[in-house]
Structure formats: structure tokens, C-alpha cells
Write a protein that binds this ligand. Structure first.
Ligand code: DGL
Length: 275
């Protein structure tokens, strides 16, 4: 396959990165997209660094074996823990996540911003750097959200349990005047509607999905590997979760029935073209 027509690999600890895949599909309709959900190992948020690094390496090798021309790390947690190491050896461009603290600090009028993310992400030097760059005249409140990734993995986007978890995490932010909430975990984008109901119309919700898709388009352009086809690209899905559970979750969140392949060593797969 000519490099321009090779797929783009996108991965996350689970189904959350489908929210990034959605933006990529809108931005780059012709590109082939191969998505890996490591749902059998989600959540990553409270795992040891070595475990997350191992999983990121295994999945990157898996995608490279499928001939991807670029990789999107659609997971804030993998980004802060493992992406620098991946970049050392990975032969294709890698685009990664960053919580949207910069746009949020430009948008807030109350000068109080709340950031929802996993504890790994919030404890990272990446977030500390963003807070020191953009937190001079803005109070940036960091709120970890244990349990939310699991709710999205179960595609439980609207239940009382999910709502009460969100209330527990968001209410303290609203009480001190936050008018802008950053979704710093790709899973949480699937809770945007419920979060919007909780915070009301005067509070902005910001994420980095469209910015990542635009950055990917820019990187493909600068490496001259943008697809030249005029037809729409395919999406293919892989998951480490039990197959029926993976199919149901990904179909629900992607918005149409899809086939999900098991995440097994590449030599056991057919090539991407044959799938
Ligand atoms: N979607 C991942 C992120 O953006 C969730 C990490 C996890 O599995 O805890 O951080």
C-alpha cells in the first residue's frame, strides 16, 4: 500500500478514544482508521507506570505491524506516562493528547477553571507545566474522577450512579466559582451531555478532541502522507475485552453496528486489507 493510503492507528486504554476518532473522522474523511481499545486492561488511571508503558509499547507494535503511517495516542494518561518513550523508537509520527487548560484559561470569565482527569494525568509534569503557564491569573482546580472511566466502559452514560459520581466531582468546582470545565480524559467526552445538564448553560465544557484532529491533519500534511483518495476511508476496530462486550460497547459509542477484532499478536491476523 502506498504510504499515503496506509491507515492511521489510534489507541486508548479503552473506548474513550472513540471520542477522538469521531473528530478525526470529521476532519479527515478519506483516511483509513484503525482503532485499538485496551478495554480488557482499562482503566489505566491508577496502574503502575511500568504497566502503562508496556501496554503502550505492545499496542504501538501491533499497529505498526498493520502498516500504520501515523499514531494518535487518544489517551491523556498514556500521553503523560509513556509517549516520550514511544517517540524515541517509533518510526511514524505520533500525535498525543493534552488537557485543554490553555483554551480554558482564555475562555473563563470567573477566572476559575476545573480540570477533570485521571489521577495519573493530574499528577504529571505535563499538567504542572500547563498550570504554571496558564494559571497566573486563573485558579486551576484539579479533580480526579475515580470510577468514571468504568461507567463509560459499561456505556452507562446516563444512570443515577454516573450522575451521582459526576455531581460528587463537579459540585465542589462549581461551589468555588468555576465557569469552565476541562474534560482531561477522553472517556469523559461521552459524558458531555450529562455534565452539561449538571453544570447548566452558563458553564463552558472544553476538550481537545478537535484540536488533536487538526494537529493530526497538519502532521500528515507536513510529512506528505495525507491520503489522496476521494472516497471515504474505512474504520476497523480491535479490543482486548471479551468480543461480545467489545462489539456492544464500541457499536453503541460509535453510533452504528461494527465488527470488533480481538487484539491478538499481529501474525495471527490477516492484513488490514483482508479484514
Ligand atoms: N481515556 C483515558 C484518558 O484519557 C482514560 C485512562 C484510564 O483508563 O484511566 O486518560
Amino acid at each position: 500500500m502506498p504510504p499515503n493510503e496506509a491507515p492511521i492507528g489510534v489507541f486508548d486504554s479503552g473506548v474513550g478514544g472513540l471520542s477522538i476518532l469521531r473528530s478525526i473522522r470529521r476532519e479527515l474523511p478519506a483516511e483509513h482508521l484503525s482503532y485499538v481499545a485496551d478495554s480488557g486492561n482499562a482503566p489505566y488511571g491508577d496502574r503502575q507506570v511500568a504497566f502503562i508503558e508496556d501496554r503502550a509499547t505492545i499496542i504501538t507494535e501491533f499497529l505498526l505491524a498493520f502498516g500504520v503511517k501515523a499514531i494518535v495516542v487518544a489517551c491523556n494518561t498514556v500521553t503523560v506516562v509513556a509517549v516520550e518513550k514511544l517517540r524515541v523508537w517509533c518510526p511514524v509520527p505520533i500525535v498525543a493528547m493534552e488537557p485543554a487548560i490553555r483554551p480554558a484559561s482564555g475562555r473563563t470569565r470567573s477566572r476559575v477553571v476545573g480540570v477533570l482527569a485521571t489521577s495519573q494525568t493530574l499528577a504529571s509534569p505535563n499538567v504542572a507545566r500547563l498550570c504554571s503557564l496558564y494559571g497566573n491569573d486563573v485558579r486551576i482546580l484539579l479533580q480526579s474522577c475515580p470510577g468514571l472511566v468504568e461507567q463509560v466502559e459499561r456505556t452507562d452514560l446516563t444512570s443515577d450512579t454516573t450522575r451521582s459520581l459526576l455531581l460528587r466531582y463537579i459540585s465542589p468546582l462549581l461551589e468555588v466559582g468555576a465557569d469552565t470545565i476541562v474534560l482531561g480524559c477522553t472517556h469523559y467526552l461521552f459524558l458531555s451531555q450529562l455534565i452539561g445538564e449538571i453544570v447548566g448553560p452558563s458553564v463552558s465544557i472544553v476538550d481537545s478532541a478537535d484540536a488533536v484532529a487538526r494537529e493530526l491533519a497538519r502532521r500528515l500534511g507536513s510529512h506528505r502522507i495525507t491520503s489522496l483518495r476521494s472516497q471515504r476511508g474505512y474504520e476497523q476496530f480491535f479490543s482486548s475485552a471479551p468480543q461480545e462486550q467489545a462489539r456492544a460497547a464500541i457499536s453503541a459509542l460509535w453510533g452504528r453496528p461494527v465488527i470488533v477484532h480481538a487484539l491478538v499478536p499481529p501474525h495471527l491476523h490477516q492484513t488490514a486489507n483482508e479484514l
